[in-house]
Design a protein around this ligand. Structure first.
Ligand code: UT7
Length: 323
């Protein structure tokens, strides 16, 4: 029989200390898009809920946006860059597969030699990253982690394809996650359905993204409510006690369908950042929540249910306590 190994002793839990975001400078309206493809402002607003989105410029790379969002999250949380020991960049729109972006992001933030890796779970990426960070903190592998969701989806979107170009935008959001005696990141409920992996895909290095929007819409509105309820159950919170609901910002009609299915309280605050940001994949949840915190819609101590879903197909949800 082989001997067992020693393990580190981790913290009782993990807690988010602060969020930050970065929104690219250029605002692109529906009217601007309808000058190029056969669509209308009215169709986009009623079928998807988007009024405008941001497109990143040449000086706004995934790394640039990650650094900006993470710098803001560090400032908001009061944590020093030198204290961060783990950096996770959730993205599905890195310009190249090698190297991963997290080490460069850490270097530009003057974080010294952290564990640093990229994670691709598409639009569920931020929730996967948050879970990885919280579990690393609980197992003792980390004490202060940066979790970033950052996308430059316009690099991978055919601006002549009205099925995708009206939807996707660019941006980044970040959270500082720290060891805590009072857990503020609940257990994740995650999963995937690889049988539908072709529903959203990029065929090769010179290809753009294709999406079977109807299939993803059907899946999102019929398969995810149970996981959201389970995430609440595991965190010991009744769904009727949730103060803030932050689903991935894919389509406002998906958000409204989830609100009809799930039994939230009447005055639950709901993220609707898609109206101004479009669909920013792994950045959408931290972007939306940062804005809600800044507007006072999500307050310190509130319970928030996060629910990411998208390409893969992947999904992940957890309850957090707002910083
Ligand atoms: O974040 C990753 C996860 N992604 C998602 O969750 C996306 C989920 N899916 C969706 O949000 C929606 O399926 C879309 C917004 C992508 C599309 O909306 P839809 O209501 O499902 O449209 P559809 O594909 O069923 O098309 C309905 C009609 C079609 O015309 P006909 O065949 O009925 O004459 C389309 O050709 O709308 C037409 N159409 C458009 N019309 C104007 C499709 N795209 C457009 C457009 N402008 N941009």
């Amino acid at each position: 029989m082989s001997r067992g190994l020693s393990l580190r002793k981790g913290a009782a839990g993990a807690r988010i200390l602060g969020f930050g975001d970065y929104r690219p400078r250029r605002i692109v309206t529906n009217d601007e898009i309808s000058q190029r493809v056969d669509t209308t402002d009215e169709w986009i607003r009623t079928r998807v809920g988007i009024s405008e989105r941001r497109f990143a410029g040449d000086d706004e790379s995934v790394v640039d946006m990650s650094v900006a969002a993470a710098g803001k999250a560090l400032a908001t949380s009061g944590v020093l860059a030198q204290d961060i020991d783990t950096v996770i960049v959730a993205t599905c729109s890195a310009p190249a597969p090698i190297p991963g972006l997290a080490p460069e992001v850490a270097h530009r933030l003057a974080i010294s030699a952290p564990g640093a890796f990229d994670l691709n779970a598409a639009c569920a990426g931020f929730c996967y990253g948050l879970s990885a960070a919280a579990d690393a903190i609980r197992s003792g592998s980390a004490r202060y982690a940066l979790v970033i969701g950052a996308e430059k989806l316009t690099d991978w979107t055919d601006q002549d394809d009205r099925g995708t170009c009206i939807i996707f935008g660019d941006g980044a959001g970040a959270a500082v996650v720290a060891a805590s005696d009072t857990p503020g990141v609940g257990p994740v409920v995650w999963g995937s359905d690889g049988e539908k992996s072709r529903a959203i895909s990029v065929a090769g290095r010179s290809s753009f993204m294709t999406m079977d929007g109807r299939a993803v819409y059907r899946w999102a509105t019929t398969q995810l409510a149970d996981s959201a309820h389970r995430a609440c159950e595991l965190a010991g919170v009744d769904i009727g006690e949730i103060d803030v609901f932050v689903p991935h910002q894919a389509n406002l009609r998906i958000v409204d369908s989830m609100l009809r299915t799930m039994k939230f309280k009447d005055d639950v605050a709901v993220a609707r950042d898609i109206v101004y940001s479009g669909n920013t994949s792994s950045a959408s949840i931290p972007l939306a929540l940062t804005a809600m915190i800044e507007r006072g819609e999500a307050k310190t101590g509130d319970t928030a249910l996060l629910l990411g879903f998208g390409a893969g197909l992947t999904y992940a949800g957890q309850v957090i306590i707002c910083p």
